[in-house]
Design a protein around this ligand. Structure first.
Ligand SMILES: O=C(O)CCC(=O)C(=O)O
Ligand SMILES: [Fe+2]
Length: 485
């Protein structure tokens, strides 16, 4: 178990579910008035230095880097993976042996398209053996013995709170006894429809135990969100979900426009996917996104005047053992069809970093609109907007800079090892140096935009080390030095 955890990482659909002192993740519809008051009492953000240890080698070869860099040059600053019609189906990847990291980058990560990996990709995971009975059901006895006393977050799927569900916490033992009673009652219980969501199992387990649970697929290993939180030893975006048939996750896009991956340890899920932008046609006459895209309310054209412009969702049934890749900014709704347990991670990397930055700018604009009336009367209005943004979205511009800085310093360290040594290592492994060079290019592009943003220019950066301009210069120098390598 890691020590010194300070706070829980947000998932978009859990925003409304935290207590006041912890609830930075309130929905947009929260009162900004109230948020402004309590948000100012949050502890100050530490910009202290982090462990200088080198990141583990990351997966990218020379050709894939060149391909990815060309992809972003062709985009010419346009948003990656934005818009477009839903593809007619979702690709299914059968064979781990013939599907490389480069294949994933070129066919799915860069085009920002969903895909499903077959159960062969999770065949050797300990959780698939130990958490599941020979009949394919959750092994409640094993789970009770291993994790019975762990306190887990549980959402009530039957109660809508904004576009989410209220949450409570209980020992896993209590949730499992609810689950058995719900199934025995023909999928009904006086306690409602409860779903174990966002359990930070990695936080509650030792490293050895985790090695026994799952192995991170190489495709998802360039994961800056978890690298950042691990470096600070504060939190993570690694979750376990578990629930009986009928439990579900309301319509949402993932936190900060991150990617996610979701592996079914047992059971099946139905996913409804909408490509970025398609959610606009689902808004109601007040501009709000739906809570449940399967609700008959959506057919009311007075309530949903733009629905005629919407396309049907892409529907995917995920079987036991399969892994779904959720691209950046794709809205989705998820239903458990059986007794289901899944492992889900959110991740950001050089491919969706610009989307995250775009999302943060949108979030700030929304806050500014909401508290516009105080602009002239409040002397530090811009600062308050940043504080409120952090309360509502989980991050503000200062913290985003810190995130970029932590990842940038780690990549510069890899490149600074000396390109020859690093490249030699690459010859053997095809790992590390090329990924760092690609990452530095993406960081430089996004940081160049951050430093010119008027609201970032209002942030007091005098104590940041290195300062934003200096870090940008270091990144640009590294880009120039590695272009031809
Ligand atoms: O499995 C679920 O209920 C939700 C999963 C999800 O939304 C995700 O992995 O992004
Ligand atoms: Fe999600």
């Amino acid at each position: 178990m890691r020590a010194g955890r300070k706070r829980a990482a947000p998932r978009p659909e859990v925003r409304a579910e935290r207590g006041a002192t912890e609830s930075w993740f309130r929905p947009r519809s929260c009162s900004f008035h109230a948020a402004a008051i309590w948000a100012t009492s949050l502890p100050p953000l530490s910009l202290g230095s982090v462990s200088p240890s080198l990141p583990p080698p990351l997966p990218m070869d020379r050709d894939t880097r060149a391909f990815a860099e060309q992809h972003f040059r062709d985009l010419g600053g346009q948003l990656y993976g934005g818009g477009g019609q839903a593809p007619s189906g979702v690709a299914f990847i059968k064979e781990p042996a013939t599907f490389s990291y480069a294949d994933f980058v070129k066919a799915f990560l860069l085009p920002n398209r969903p895909c499903v990996f077959s159960s062969a990709f999770t065949e050797n995971w300990g959780s698939r053996r130990r958490w599941v009975t020979p009949e394919g059901k959750p092994d409640f006895e094993y789970l009770l013995q291993k994790y019975g006393d762990v306190v887990v977050p549980v959402a009530n799927c039957g109660v809508q709170e904004y576009n989410s569900n209220p949450k409570e916490h209980m020992p896993l033992r209590e949730y499992i006894s609810y689950w058995l009673e719900y199934v025995q009652g023909g999928c009904s219980s006086p306690r409602g429809c409860l779903y174990l969501k966002d359990w930070h199992l990695c936080r509650d387990s030792s490293a050895e135990d985790l090695g026994d649970v799952f192995t991170l697929p190489v495709y998802f290993s360039s994961d800056w969100l978890n690298e950042f939180w691990d470096a600070l030893d504060v939190d993570d975006y690694r979750f376990v979900y578990a629930g009986p048939p009928g439990t579900w996750s309301p319509f949402h896009a993932d936190i900060f426009r991150s990617f996610s991956w979701s592996a079914n340890i047992c059971g099946r899920k139905k996913w409804l996917f909408f490509p970025p932008g398609q959610e606009e046609a689902l808004r109601d006459c007040h501009g709000s996104l739906p809570y449940d895209v399967t609700s008959p309310k959506l057919l009311d054209t007075r309530l949903h005047p733009m629905l005629q412009h919407s396309s049907p969702p892409l529907e995917v049934t995920q079987e036991a053992g399969e892994v779904v890749f959720v691209p950046s900014g794709w809205h989705h709704q998820v239903h458990n069809l059986d007794d289901t347990i899944s492992i889900n991670h959110n991740w950001v990397n050089g491919c969706n970093l610009a989307n995250m930055w775009h999302f943060l700018q949108q979030e700030l604009r929304a806050v500014q609109q909401e508290v516009h009336e105080w602009r002239d009367s409040m002397p530090d209005w811009h600062h308050h907007c940043q504080v409120i943004m952090r309360s509502c979205s989980g991050i503000n511009f200062e913290e985003f800079y810190h995130f970029l800085k932590v990842i940038a310093e780690r990549r510069l360290l890899v490149l600074g090892q000396g390109s020859e040594a690093a490249q030699e290592e690459n010859i053997g492994l095809g790992l590390g140096f090329q990924q760092a060079a690609f990452d530095v290019g993406r960081l430089a592009e996004v940081l160049a935009s951050v430093v010119t943003h008027p609201d970032f220019q209002r942030v007091d950066t005098s104590t940041f080390s290195p300062g934003p301009e200096e870090l940008l210069r270091q990144l640009q120098d590294a880009v120039a030095a590695t272009t031809t390598l």
